[in-house]
Design a protein. Structure first.
Length: 300
């Protein structure tokens, strides 16, 4: 996808991450978010409402494309996404009982590791792999020394029933033999003039796409340093539950203003651990590891 002159390359189904990122970025692109300012009530509200709508679509339409016809083209179309934001009202909280998935014409329905790598030739790789829950299935492969994941939790056990991360799903992500479960992983590469500009990704379950979304907006729209873009407080909304999760150091002014609009804000622990490599104008690399964990960055 294109976003403000940059090319953003993301992960396809069976991860929802790439499509969610596409939807969220395109939904906010028509708005002057840079003028709203970083972590003001106005900019956070705009991004939260984009997140709400994207995750509502995730619950209805996204799953393993080998088993279910995921309408990727329709869900990422500019006209569709502009229409999704028609009921967005600045200064007034949305409601996930009212804001459901969008209508697609003719449609039939944290224990993760991320690596961002780039070499001196400009070859860039963004990789996310997961165990899902703590220690996955807690089963070690005999003689091999690694744990098996418990990714079955990422299927929808039944329509409307939340998984470990509170994500709701339906028929698109129902369990079937040989089918891949829907993920939230969002390893992403952003190109500038057809050359790598950002290599980015994060662990964090359903908070992965929103963390990558906010990091990209922080760098491109708010012109923040890479370190600030990664380490400033983050927020997350995933349609259901209908609440905005915020980190402890989230702006108290924005928090009060959002609550006055009608949003329910819930303070929680860290959101994501984003790893970013930025290619500077002189061709050098800037690598930033999230200070939320024991992450590390190195250049040589």
């Amino acid at each position: 996808m294109d976003y403000r002159g940059y090319s953003v390359i993301g992960m396809p189904m069976p991860s929802s991450g790439g499509l969610l990122l596409t939807q969220m970025l395109k939904m906010i692109e028509p708005y002057p978010i840079a003028k709203m300012g970083f972590q003001t009530a106005a900019s956070v509200q705009l991004m939260v409402e984009a997140e709400r709508r994207a995750y509502a679509d995730r619950a209805k339409y996204m799953g393993d494309a080998d088993f279910y016809k995921v309408p990727v083209t329709e869900l990422s179309a500019n006209t569709y996404l502009k229409n999704r934001m028609k009921d967005y009202e600045p200064g007034k909280a949305g409601n996930s009982r009212i804001t459901l998935e969008g209508m697609v014409p003719g449609y039939e329905s944290e224990e993760t590791t991320h690596l961002s790598v780039i070499d001196n030739l400009g070859n860039a790789v963004s990789v996310t792999t997961t165990l899902n829950n703590n220690y996955g299935s807690r089963t070690v492969v005999g003689g091999a020394g690694f744990l098996l994941n418990d990714e079955m939790d990422d299927f929808s056990a039944k329509p409307g029933s939340p998984n470990l991360y509170g994500a709701i799903g339906g028929k698109a992500n129902a369990i079937e033999p040989g089918k891949r479960m829907l993920s939230s992983m969002a390893p992403t590469i952003v190109l500038k003039n057809n050359k790598p500009f950002l290599v980015v990704g994060t662990p964090g379950g359903t908070t992965i796409p929103t963390s990558v979304f906010q990091t990209i907006v922080n760098i491109i729209d708010f012109k923040m340093t890479t370190e600030d873009a990664v380490n400033q407080p983050k927020f997350h909304h995933q349609w259901l539950p209908d609440e905005v999760f915020i980190e402890k150091k989230f702006s108290t002014t924005a928090k009060a203003q959002l609550q006055a609009m009608g949003y329910q804000l819930t303070e929680r622990g860290q959101i994501g651990r984003t790893e970013v490599i930025k290619v500077l104008p002189n061709g050098q690399f800037e690598a930033v590891a999230d200070n939320r964990g024991d992450d590390c960055a190195a250049t040589w």
